[in-house]
Design a protein around this ligand. Structure first.
Ligand code: PEP
Length: 255
């Protein structure tokens, strides 16, 4: 059975003070039933060190929201996977739709970042997902397949255990419009079938999260689907109460 994995993507939110406060609240209201669930938060780069210090006694892992290719060099403004590893990150989100659209990141760049992250000992959370227009045209599977093949081009079976996929339909991110459990399950079963082509039976062990307007009210039903192994949570991860309620939903599916 796959472990449920809940990860908070704070995006460009989180001052040092807010970071301390949020992590303190998560620790204060922690529940024993969360044991056995993988939990991580991905604050902005500037708060990673503060978060690492605050997380010392907690079971929450740390992740970053992006990295660059290569270890060091003349790449003004960029941060390498090895730097993130050194600061204590376990995870790094790659290929998020905001990076694909706003910063025009393509699958070939995402694949190079993925390789760099894996080589630095980080576990990439690879985001894929179709836009509303692509879904309306009936192109969902084609888009997902292109992103899987392109963004995972640099990975092989030896990497499978360290890769998480986040299915994030672009039309559901930050819009309040969540995919129904059936829509998400259908897409995620398709993703797993394509992972099977690439990684064989190891595909059964790969965590596939759903992301897109998860809230405490819809989390349980989503996480109850056979191919939804947790969630990548944006807005709702910025409040301890709602993030904890989502973790609680995952725990109740598990038990
Ligand atoms: C995200 O950006 O990864 C995300 C899922 O955001 P939200 O939960 O706010 O839709």
């Amino acid at each position: 059975m796959r472990t449920k994995f809940i990860c908070g993507n704070w995006k460009m939110n989180g001052s040092l003070c807010e970071t301390r406060k949020l992590i303190f609240q998560l620790g204060t209201d922690w529940e024993e039933s969360f044991d056995g669930i993988e939990i991580a938060i991905c604050p902005p780069f500037t708060a990673l060190n503060e978060a690492k210090l605050e997380l010392e006694d907690f079971k929450i892992k740390l992740g970053a929201q992006n990295c660059y290719i290569g270890n060091r060099g003349a790449f003004t403004g960029e941060i390498s996977a090895s730097m993130l590893s050194e600061i204590g990150c376990t995870y790094v989100i790659l290929g998020h739709s905001e990076r694909r659209t706003i910063f025009e990141e393509r699958d070939d760049l995402v694949a190079r970042k993925l390789r760099s992250a894996l080589d630095a000992g980080l576990k990439p959370i690879l985001c894929i997902g179709e836009t509303d227009a692509e879904r309306q045209k009936g192109d969902m599977e084609e888009v997902l397949l292109r992103q899987i093949v392109g963004s995972l081009a640099s990975a092989d079976a030896a990497d499978a255990a360290n890769i998480t996929i986040a299915y994030e339909p672009v039309w559901a991110i930050g819009t309040g419009k969540t995919a129904t459990p059936e829509q998400a399950q259908e897409a995620q079963a398709f993703i797993r079938s394509e992972l099977r082509r690439k990684f064989g039976n190891l595909a059964e062990t790969i965590i596939i999260q759903y992301g897109g307007s998860i809230k405490p009210e819809n989390a349980f039903e989503l996480f109850s689907q056979p191919d939804i192994d947790g969630g990548l949570i944006g807005a709702a991860s910025l409040s301890a109460d709602s993030f904890l309620a989502i973790i609680r939903a995952a725990a109740s599916v598990k038990s």
